[in-house]
Ligand binder design. Structure first.
Ligand code: ZN
Length: 409
């Protein structure tokens, strides 16, 4: 397991200070009763608050969302094992990524015994589903939502080893009472508040896209963004990333989008619809915070995507040295599209990545770690906090905010 040298850490800290992006000690606390200061542990979730945690295990994507009534949603349970030697496990390699995710979730859920109500798995790659069995061993999961249930046959039978391991897990857990559902594009009642929905009518989870079928913005109507398989030569069929699930969460004026590994640009000579970001962007519309597609690893944050979402806060769910790719970060940092200021956070920033990115690393709004968006009751304002992932203390290492939700919309 690689370790950063003290010298590298010191240089990194100096760069952050020079760039003026060290922790903002003057930021207003999210809750008057539980002031957040640098070095303090994250104050616990309280009723009425929406918490979005992008968890940084260094080995895949996973986000925990705790809604204002305590309903909990896990988006992806990523966990590559040792097969990607370039990854650096956090807090360390003594546990599997799924164990770390389950432990993190239990520390931040409204009710750790009640567990996670929904786990939505965006697509069938190991950095998004590889840890689901370990997560489920550590914390109760009520319902799994994926893009393939029950036949796992679109666009062709999913029979690769990662998908097959997942399908066996699903089959076994269903026998023990786990509910599994296929994602319904356009729906706003598949992921809903399960504990006290009547108290929070301003919360909505809208299923935006899945398997290329996208919400049109009217009722629950959808349309297929890709041509039919029958009319498409097999080498041009949508790949696994293009079939990712995406949702938009609203709470009052606050909007958030997350959507797996939808690609930004297709390869030269491929059909135009392979540039999936451009197709889905207008259907998402403006948001306050979004998670960068495909870890920002190849061609994401295209102009149509930035233009439609116009997010003041952007989270890169990075975990490998190629996250983010230099061109993707450059497009975010040097964009002339609104908003005039983007606060960009990343869950991981490897030394190798910094070497490739160079000075542009100083454009990030905080150090890497767990990135937590905390939305105040009613959804009017929000803060972004970075928590240390060096251990399980959940110490706050950076705070930025308050941001006003819906500003500019
Ligand atoms: Zn991925």
């Amino acid at each position: 397991m690689p370790h950063r040298s003290p010298t590298a850490r010191a240089i990194c800290a100096a760069l952050l200070v020079l760039a003026g992006i060290e922790a903002r000690a003057g930021a207003q606390p999210p809750q008057a009763a539980a002031p957040t200061r640098i070095g303090d542990a994250l104050p616990p979730w309280t009723p009425g608050t929406l918490d979005i945690h992008q968890i940084a295990t260094g080995r895949g994507n996973s986000a925990l969302i705790v809604f204002p009534d305590g309903t909990a949603l896990l988006v992806d349970a990523g966990g590559t094992a040792a097969e990607i030697p370039q990854s650096e496990p956090h807090p360390d390699g003594s546990r599997s990524p799924g164990e770390w995710i389950a432990r993190y979730a239990k520390r931040h859920l409204a009710d750790s015994a009640a567990g996670i109500d929904y786990a939505m798995l965006t697509h069938f790659h190991s950095d998004h589903i590889g840890a689901i069995a370990d997560v489920a061993r550590g914390v109760r999961i009520g319902t799994i939502i994926d893009r393939g249930f029950p036949d796992y046959a679109y666009p062709a039978p999913l029979e690769d080893p990662v998908s097959m391991a997942y399908r066996r897990f699903v089959e076994g857990e269903r026998a023990r009472g786990l509910v599994v559902e296929r994602f319904r594009p356009g729906a706003r009642d598949q992921i809903r508040l399960r504990r006290n929905a009547a108290a929070y009518p301003a919360v909505e989870v809208r299923n935006i896209i899945g398997n290329g079928e996208a919400w049109t913005g009217t009722g629950t109507a959808t349309r297929q963004l890709f041509p039919t398989l029958a009319s498409t030569p097999r080498p041009d069929w949508p790949n696994e990333n293009m079939l990712s699930l995406g949702i938009r969460i609203a709470y009052g004026a606050f909007r958030f989008y997350t959507g797996g590994d939808l690609p930004g640009t297709g390869e030269p000579g491929f059909p135009a619809w392979h540039s999936a970001e451009a197709l889905v962007a207008p259907l998402i519309g403006r948001v306050d915070v979004h998670v960068v597609n495909q870890h920002g690893s190849m061609g994401e944050e295209t102009a149509p995507f930035q233009q439609a979402l116009a997010s003041p806060v952007v989270i890169i769910p990075s975990w490998a040295p190629s996250h983010p790719a230099p061109d993707v970060l450059k497009r975010m940092v040097e964009s002339r599209l609104p908003p005039t200021e983007r606060s960009i956070f990343a869950t991981e920033m490897r030394d190798a990545t910094k070497i490739v990115i160079g000075q542009r690393v100083s454009a990030l709004a905080g150090p890497p770690g767990h990135v937590v968006v905390r939305v105040e009751p009613g959804g009017g304002r929000y803060w972004v906090m970075v928590l240390s992932n060096a251990d399980e203390s959940d110490r706050v290492v950076a705070v930025k905010g308050p941001f006003v939700a819906g500003a500019g919309r």
